[in-house]
Design a protein around this ligand. Sequence first.
Ligand code: GTP
Ligand code: MG
Length: 430
Amino acid sequence: MAATDLERISNAESEPRSLSLGGHVGFDSLPDQLVSKSVTQGFSFNILCVGETGIGKSTLMNTLFNTTFETEEASHHEECVRLRPQTYDLQESNVHLKLTIVDAVGFGDQINKDDSYRPIVDYIDAQFENYLQEELKIRRSLFDYHDTRIHVCLYFITPTGHSLKSLDLVTMKKLDSKVNIIPIIAKADTISKSELHKFKIKIMGELVSNGVQIYQFPTDDEAVAEINAVMNAHLPFAVVGSTEEVKVGNKLVRARQYPWGVVQVENENHCDFVKLREMLIRVNMEDLREQTHSRHYELYRRCKLEEMGFQDSDGDSQPFSLQETYEAKRKEFLSELQRKEEEMRQMFVNKVKETELELKEKERELHEKFEHLKRIHQEEKRKVEEKRRELEEETNAFNCRKAAMEALLSQAMHATSQQPLRKDKDKKKF
Ligand code: GTP
Ligand code: MG
């Protein structure tokens, strides 16, 4: 067969031919089947709220979902940042939503804020790891798996009107490759309109100059491209939260009432709450879920698998083989184990040698000490012996002197007893 014929056949195999159908077949119901399947399955959505204690996180969540989530206030005395997830089952029409709100409790309350971002990063990674472990199982149950991966991080910025705090920049920078960040200016009713405008520009400028990637509403889907592009220009949203209802005209609206007037949460002239709800829930919830899976989780998974030794083949080399990678990793692990064992054995031998040397040194010292004491003892003994001899000599000399004295004394006594007799004799002579 000629080469051109072969090329034609292989082209025909790779490019499907388009055919027209003679009548209705029915696969146009596929999208409906998907919708129906998804509705039956239900959805999960996980929001992480990061912001200083008392910045209005819980109030905003209650306002967004038009309900009252039971959350306790955080104290300002937490030793470190703690992540508190709470899951709720919500239903709107026939759609079930498993909503998890994760609060970063105690954020910004520590004197040393260097590591404030760490528990948040660890929490996000832990959720990715759980998902990865489920994926790697032989018997996976991803269908009914409760996906706890964080789909969006609402980052609450304090309405100072100045600039972002370094804590905000550091935290957002650490999180931006792991989660979709939507920055929001909280309690926007506490800042004037002109200040707010300048504040927004400043925040965006600082985020860009520090290379912080925030979530951009997607503009590739025609249906939402326009609104998303407009909304991207409004970031960060300046929001007001309230669950209080106030009568405005003849309508009850959610608002914050002040002595000088009423701030209406859902009035777009007052704040960006509606924009946030629109973007977060009504337009881009699915994109946030998808981005989490296809971008952030994918990155985590890739790094993790590469760490474990797996890698894709490049064009020229052999295709990737799980078996070979496993064998290579096993060999690497075994040789590492052997190396460690050898290291430990050597360490043990060295330790024994060291101890032996130490013991010998101690023995030598003891022996020297013993010899020294022995010498002292002998010296003492010699001295005592000498003293004893001297004493004996002294005693002998004394005894000699005593005997001589006694002899002298007895002689003298004898001489005195003879004297009266001689006197009597002499008297008789006269
Ligand atoms: P912790 O969970 O304890 O960290 O607090 P939080 O961030 O959840 O704040 P929370 O929603 O409990 O609100 C704290 C206080 O701020 C409450 O008194 C709210 O009424 C008030 N607050 C909430 N949102 C706003 C707002 O948009 N503007 C103003 N001015 N006050 C608000
Ligand atoms: Mg709260």
